[in-house]
Design a protein around this ligand. Sequence first.
Ligand code: SF4
Length: 348
Amino acid sequence: MAKPHPITAKLSKWFEKNLRPLPWRNSSNPYHIWLSEVILQQTRVDQGTAYYLRFIELFPTVRDLAKAHEDVVLHAWQGLGYYSRARNLHAAAKTIVDKHQGEFPNEYATIRDLKGIGDYTASAISSIAFGLPHAAVDGNVNRVIARLFSIEDPVDSPTGKKQIAALAEELLDIKNPGNHNQAMMELGALICTPRKPNCSSCPVQVHCSGFTSKNQEHFPVKQGKTKVRNRFFSYLIFIDKNQETLVRKREGKDIWQGLHEFPLIESKNAKEQNELHNSLEARYKFKYSESYTHLLSHQRLHIVFLTCWIEELPVDDWNNAIRIKRDDLYQYALPRAITRYLSSIISL
Ligand code: SF4
């Protein structure tokens, strides 16, 4: 058997002493590990921990998650964003119950086949829960390896990915892959941070090419940034004399699928949005909010909320609209862009 890389042993010792005591650590329950990995994909640990604990309480087993109504799952996820993660968790839980008798699969390929699980998550679950020798490469690991070995190819290019994957496998501690993977990620989260890495406290500094050449912050090299799409949303908040309002469930392949929102009209640009507001004036007397900007990973939403107190709700004008008491709004899973607005006003 090949001798382990010198980085591997040093990293393992450092991790033993420095790991953060997070609630899913010391667990080999694949359902718990899966939940924590999915929640933490785009979320800070302090925020994600509260959601993890709430999910475990609401859905203690994969069977409980599978049999929950999608609205309940989305509601529990509310505020975390990237709702496709919650929908995929739910779909994968159903697959585990239907195809695997409720037992979490213990082979990499079967785990990888579950909805929403990519290479990284499959490697993390299979190594941490089942001790299988797969290197997990997330953003933290990309950065650490790119700096350790001064990888000049962009980490999001095919050649860069290939180099990082090969080095991650080379570094992997095959006797304890779960701890090793967590140690690499922990090093990236605590020491080898995106800005101002704390190299003086780094356990593998003597092996680091980026540090030796005083060029560590040049890495990881990335390809051009993804273009951001601007979208212009006008939400119409109708309130009638019974304090009822209209909401609709978002359908189709777009952001916030399955969440509820007020009737929405989308415009192509700011000019068209202004024209829309002018044309609505002829029909309704609205109170306008200021324009809010809400950022998603690849979209910038420009949102105006138009509130109208009205005798009768125009329910027939909006497909699939339902009338609800405005006090019941928070019983529905709503996009964060809407809850932020609602919590910023006192008149609704
Ligand atoms: S020495 Fe600095 S740049 Fe190199 S791995 Fe450690 S923290 Fe990262």
